[in-house]
Design a protein around this ligand. Sequence first.
Ligand SMILES: Nc1ncnc2c1ncn2[C@@H]1O[C@H](COP(=O)(O)OP(=O)(O)OP(=O)(O)O)[C@@H](O)[C@H]1O
Ligand SMILES: [Zn+2]
Ligand SMILES: [Zn+2]
Length: 847
Amino acid sequence: MYINDINSLDLVVNENKELYRTTTNVNHYVEVLVDFPGNSGLFTYRVPSQLEIKPGDVLSVPFGSQMLGAIAIRLLAEPNIDLAPEKIREVEDVVTSGFFASAYWELLNRVAAYYYTPLIQVIRVALPPGLLGRSQRRVRLVKKQKDQLPITFLSPSAQQILQLLQSQPSGDYSFAYLQQKVKATYRGVRELLRIGLVESYLEPPRTTRPKLQKAVILIDTIDRDLTNRQREILEVLRRRGGELWHSELLQICSTSSSTLKTMEQKGYIAIEEREVLRTEQGQVLDLDTPKSLNIAQGNALATIQQLDGFAQVLLHGVTGSGKTEVYLQAIAPLLAQGKSALVLVPEIGLTPQLTDRFRARFGNNKISVYHSALSDGERYDTWRQMLTGTPQIVIGTRSAVFAPLPNLGLIILDEEHDSSFKQDSPIPTYNARTVAQWRAELEHCPLVLGSATPSLESWVSVRREAGGRGQEAGGRGQEEHQNFSATHYSPLPERINSRPLPPVEIVDMRQELQQGNRSIFSRSLQEALQHLQQTGQQGILFIHRRGHSTFVSCRSCGYVVECPHCDVSLAYHQTEAGAPQLLRCHYCNYVSVHPKNCPECASPYLKFFGSGTQRVAQELSRQFPDLTYIRFDSDTTRNKGAHRTLLTRFANGEANLLVGTQMLTKGLDLPQVTLVGVVAADGLLNLSDYRASERAFQTLTQVAGRAGRGDDPGRVIMQTYTPEHPVIEAVRFHDYQSFVEAELEQRQVLNYPPYGRLILLRLSSFDPIQVQNTAQAIATVLSANPGFELLGPAPASVMRVANRYRWQILLKFAPEALPQLPDWDEVRLLCADGVNLTIDVDPLNIM
Ligand SMILES: Nc1ncnc2c1ncn2[C@@H]1O[C@H](COP(=O)(O)OP(=O)(O)OP(=O)(O)O)[C@@H](O)[C@H]1O
Ligand SMILES: [Zn+2]
Ligand SMILES: [Zn+2]
């Protein structure tokens, strides 16, 4: 991975002996990181004596025939022995000193060390892609000097450069341009830098041209010759402030371009190309004001605000208890103090509501949204704008934990229990919650972890640190906090306005079947749906899986249709009656047409099992033809903005039901939802993972929590084949605490997290034999180490994915004393050719 051998490069040795007279600095060499397509790695350069270089500085270095931007990683007294000293080139200059603030730099190093990942890979996660490789070094006049001309004592080249810069209104040129115009540019620029007349900086690559997109603008609302449909469209446009993207309007109104064209011709609207500001902008919202907090919220806010420096607050608030309002009010005074805040959420597309609330409170220009689904251009723009240091709020998914905000005043992790904060691949396999803890520590700011169902890790750490105060969680009287403790527990035990949590009714589907009900809806759920239709209220149907059903099998011979590239069965997909029947692999996206007959025995009884979103939707249409629904799953939300559109349509009352998967469990706050139906809870319960119960409890509690958030009381109907399962019991009584205590006991017995720690070695290869042998060889070597318990090697539960065979080895050890862990470089040497090894530290998905 590390490229130290630069012999292959065509080097021009540029040795200037005179520069080495001062020897105060013992580090004559520096390892730098260049990020250049196809040639990323660490390279050693010589440090000219007049330059002072610190790790984290941005340098310019000669590379081949080019000058590139590079980051100083490490200072060395001696170069690596395998490098011939005369082949080592010299750093040309420091472009930006302290580009990475020291706390930030330390954060990156900690992540690299903890997750056994080369620093370059961590930097890649942190920086927008290709930042250095395509960046340009520029020189500009320092502002206050612009009009003065103290040039008499300068060298001729410095004078020339100064004149060039002053001849230009912005006083700013690229280094490359100056080099063409002036001899001895380096020396001249250095001289000007030293006396502070100019500064040099690295300009991130400009994207070639601004992004244009069609917008629709409302011109005239006086109805002259509108059809009903056109009037509706105008009304939508008017309500949204008179301006929408063309694509957005088409989606919201389910209309066609030709309709809009007609309206344009009639003079009601204009359609024009607009530049898209590539920082993601929401629409303009009415500004909203802080709500007056209830007592529990007030206590939580006080706890956060009295913190000085690093501390963690576990904000344990039941669903609908107003956690977001606490976040908003905790952030508000920070902005006034010139500080910024970082808000991490599990998945941004799924929570447009959350970003909207922040925008409505603080205004669009204070908020940026940062996540990996942004285009490269969007990421640059947002990233650059963060560096400016203007007080702001960044809302983002896990990678935003690296957002380069100077002056951080607070970090918030919403839904802190969510496993999407963890990256399984590629490396670093970091957990944003862990990284956020380090970051808060290094930046001396508080970290707020919010959840209705805190992770066992956070729960245990609160109990441990706060000396048992957490024991009474969910109860009252938690207010007297010990300010000196680094961990605080803030419960919000009640919903806003003391609304009750919705009662949860458990339906035993075995009995339904016994009593002759073959529908996927129990009688109870059927009645509730009927009621919904009569009253015009709204509800949510939750299904564990997307697609039509889990698998297709032959009733005659038992044959199951499987993916040819993965060891999983294909899922049946049909969007609507009459549409082609497809089989799709949810691991690699392979698609085939549903065969009419069994490929094994030619029997025509090839049928699907289970019930995905499509199946439920079809069943709804059949049994409740007048009930309208919107499907919300990864099939219907592929397009950008689709989440928002579908949720907006539902919020506007366009349908009785929202039918969907996990996606709709997160943060949805719709007061008019009174019914939540869980079609089958079992799919969640029976997963072969030590965290399956925890995850199931969290998901089901979140889903249930969507009901009854407004003035009308809510209810939850949960269908299952295992009503006696402890998770079901706990969800039924909204009993976080007993669930957690029982679960913790089991974890402790088996030494699983949060009591033990895990490292998972994932191995994969196209060659099934090679990967198995490698796994065996590594396990044999590791088993000689007494510091940890070794589980495996074992094939992954889906052994083959996209034709790669996967094996894994699990290491389990006590968290207090990190055992003598193996030298991973040596372990890597055991890998056969073509076998890929990923070290997953604190893995969350072991399947
Ligand atoms: N003090 C308050 N007074 C009145 N309304 C409030 C107050 N605090 C919050 N609300 C409202 O209560 C609703 C629920 O709050 P919010 O969505 O923040 O809860 P939450 O705890 O984040 O819920 P969940 O975890 O279920 O997503 C929101 O509509 C919010 O505007
Ligand atoms: Zn068959
Ligand atoms: Zn597949």
